[in-house]
Design a binder for this molecule. Sequence first.
Ligand SMILES: Cc1cc2nc3c(=O)[nH]c(=O)nc-3n(C[C@H](O)[C@H](O)[C@H](O)COP(=O)(O)OP(=O)(O)OC[C@H]3O[C@@H](n4cnc5c(N)ncnc54)[C@H](O)[C@@H]3O)c2cc1C
Length: 306
Amino acid sequence: MTRRRIAIIGGGFAGLTAARTLRNVDADITLIDRTNHHLFQPLLYQVATAALAPSDITAPIRWILRRQQNTTVLLGEVCSIDASRKVVCLDYQDMEIPYDYLIVATGSRHAYFGHEEWEPIAPGLKAIEDGTEMRRRFLLAFERAEEAKDNAERNAFLTFVIVGGGPTGVELSGAMPMIARRALLPDFRHIDTRQTRVILLEAGPRILPTFPESLAAKAQKSLEELGVEVRTSSMVQATLPHHSANYSAFRWITSVECWSSQISRFPGIPKFSSPATSRLYHAKENRRCQALRRPRCRKGAPPRGM
Ligand SMILES: Cc1cc2nc3c(=O)[nH]c(=O)nc-3n(C[C@H](O)[C@H](O)[C@H](O)COP(=O)(O)OP(=O)(O)OC[C@H]3O[C@@H](n4cnc5c(N)ncnc54)[C@H](O)[C@@H]3O)c2cc1C
């Protein structure tokens, strides 16, 4: 009997866990990722605020799985899955990877709620490139503030708005004042980095909506002690280029806006060669969105999709 072939798309926590779990299985496993590294996303906000270097939170997937003899790692972007022929199609040289079993672990991206045009203005935080781009904007803002012609311009450069009061937004907004007001303070001559404003916006009535209310209240208190301005029930209405943004009744002139409304959809695989796979994908996507709209997850409910 020929050995079974298992294809895993994605080398994040889910894809790696699947591969490691299958390490003693009598099968040929192919793990495909569009990057060559695994990213430890929980510390990405520290890269974004220049507390850690990108290499501190990434490791080559090939290196992580180097001792796993039944597994091959491939670098490539999966652009489609042909379920009728049981092949995964890569962007590189029209390569096709045949499989008997397929695990799709491509993660999620940020949700802009139909306003994708806001992404260049307020980038999200999910990949290492997002972290380095956010860090570039964050540090550049202090450089520009140092050279500002007047107070209005200086204040604009020292104002940071973070959209989304989930865990990422809370972590990011908590880290920014500490770096700005302490670490950067002695480095500048013409600005007082303690004047930095960090504003955290959340559309819902409280931050950390998936956490118990008591913890969310404590988190808000801690953020406020750090000097973060937490604004709940503040829905973004517009976000414009040239450092201008409108939120509910407020309007802030900002230098850096960050988007941290994390989960929207399975991002990676835009095209499905087979209608059956397409239906499967969209069914999963819908279930995921519905699950997110539910106020609380049911304890002990079994996962419905892989
Ligand atoms: C800033 C931040 C902080 C977080 N903090 C915490 C925390 O403190 N605690 C916690 O439990 N969780 C935290 N999370 C959430 C946690 O990191 C994620 O839930 C987890 O990483 C999801 O793992 P995953 O494997 O499903 O997806 P991912 O880690 O996103 O991995 C998906 C992989 O698939 C690859 N991929 C995608 N599309 C394709 C394609 N078409 N072809 C090939 N490869 C593709 C990507 O390159 C990526 O490597 C945080 C997330 C973020 C962003």
